[in-house]
Design a protein around this ligand. Structure first.
Ligand code: GDP
Length: 373
């Protein structure tokens, strides 16, 4: 049952990704397997089920929640006779649609080419098999070789371009002086931009789609008499393609160089604990897991503890029934960090939030300038 819930949640998220990319999902298929089929990812019976559905409904694209190998992707396309994309492709597609600045566009383009390169190889092995692996000097091979060279050239050009911008950004960051730096981090769509807007009175783009924010926004915020810099950066997601983590390194530098992290969580989301774990994993990857952190549980207006069934034999309170106060105690103990519960949308509890941030920033400020205080 629990596995089933999990896979439905994963597919909910995939559907949300598809919707964000501009697609409409007609049907979901789930298969339980020990490990994915090396050739076609899913088993042949399930594949036939999918194929019939694709044919009957004139489906344009089949989306898989995991990363498919180039060969798997080719094989499945041949069976289903429709476009086959995986989770990584879908996320790259959304990033490409949403990249605003030339820096973000360059990063996404690089990630897309890196995704494409082994798939050109996949095309080649697929041709090889068709021809029985003999006499490979045909035009197909030359074409692919040329394509691969073009892609490789493009990749190294984009890398150079990014390196140059990275240097400029480093200088810019260096010029910001000694102000304390606070970074908003969190899963995508948890309300980081909304919170940024509320506390910095700015107009950062926020909407109910995944990855509204790709670029880093930095704002100077003053609470009390204390100025600090607040940055909002790309949202994290479960299984964020490695190409993207890699290419968004510099965007993530904002996180890496922050003095304090505000880890924003959407407590109204049924998988919020998974979200926290995913974010922590990425923070770990970019070596920022040990930074002073404040857990900010957002969307308390939408948080609904599941109603307890009176006849239920469960005497011990399940997690779903936790009150916000109990959550607070749990998190402060478990993560050994401060926790605060707010609604950025309804501006609930923002005073306590401001006060907590103020105290944390002040602590850092005092250690940095011990003689000025
Ligand atoms: P981001 O991707 O983390 O930057 O999230 P956004 O700030 O773009 O917000 C995602 C969605 O959540 C938007 O539709 C917001 O209006 C909504 N949202 C943000 N904060 C709250 C909140 O406190 N309560 C509720 N119910 N919705 C919120």
């Amino acid at each position: 049952q629990q596995d089933e819930d999990k896979s439905q949640e994963y597919l909910d998220e995939l559907e949300f990704l598809a919707y964000t990319a501009g697609g409409e999902v007609l049907k979901r298929f789930v298969q339980k397997m020990e490990k994915p089929d090396s050739k076609t990812f899913i088993g042949s019976g399930k594949m036939e089920e999918v194929r019939e559905f694709v044919e009957a409904n004139d489906v344009g694209t089949a989306i898989f929640d995991d990363e498919l190998s180039p060969a798997q992707q080719k094989n499945i396309e041949r069976i289903l006779k429709c476009k086959v994309v995986d989770r990584t492709y879908l996320i790259l597609d959304i990033f490409a649609q949403r990249a605003q600045t030339s820096y973000a566009r360059t990063q996404v383009e690089l990630a897309q080419y890196e995704y494409l390169l082994p798939r050109l190889t996949g095309l080649w092995t697929h041709l090889e098999r068709q021809r029985g692996g003999i006499g490979m000097r045909g035009p197909g091979e030359t074409e692919i070789e040329t394509d691969r060279r073009i892609v490789r050239d493009r990749i190294s050009l984009l890398k150079k371009k990014i390196k140059k911008i990275d240097k400029q950004m480093e200088v810019q960051r260096g010029n910001r002086g000694a102000l304390v730096r606070v970074a908003l981090v969190g899963y995508t769509n948890v309300g980081k931009s909304t919170l940024m807007n509320v506390i910095s009175k700015s107009e950062v783009f926020a909407e109910n789609k995944l990855f509204a924010t790709l670029d880093t926004t930095v704002r100077k915020v003053v609470i009390g008499n204390l100025p600090f810099l607040l940055s909002d950066t790309v949202g994290f997601i479960r299984k964020l393609p490695t190409q993207l983590v890699e290419s968004f390194k510099s965007t993530l530098d904002e996180v890496r160089e922050a003095d304090l992290l505000l880890h924003v969580v959407d407590i109204s989301h049924s998988s919020f604990e998974d979200h926290i774990a995913s974010v922590n994993q990425i923070l770990d990857e970019i070596k920022s897991a040990d930074k002073p952190t404040l857990m900010v549980f957002n969307k308390i207006d939408a948080y609904e503890p599941e109603t307890i069934d009176e006849d239920d034999l469960i005497t011990e309170k399940t997690k779903a029934h936790f009150t916000l106060k109990e959550w607070k105690q749990t998190w402060m103990q478990r993560e050994n960090v401060d926790a605060i519960f707010i609604s950025a949308l309804n501006k609930e509890n923002l005073e306590e939030f401001r006060k907590t941030v103020y105290d944390a920033v002040r602590d850092i400020h005092v250690t940095r300038f011990p003689y000025n205080n």
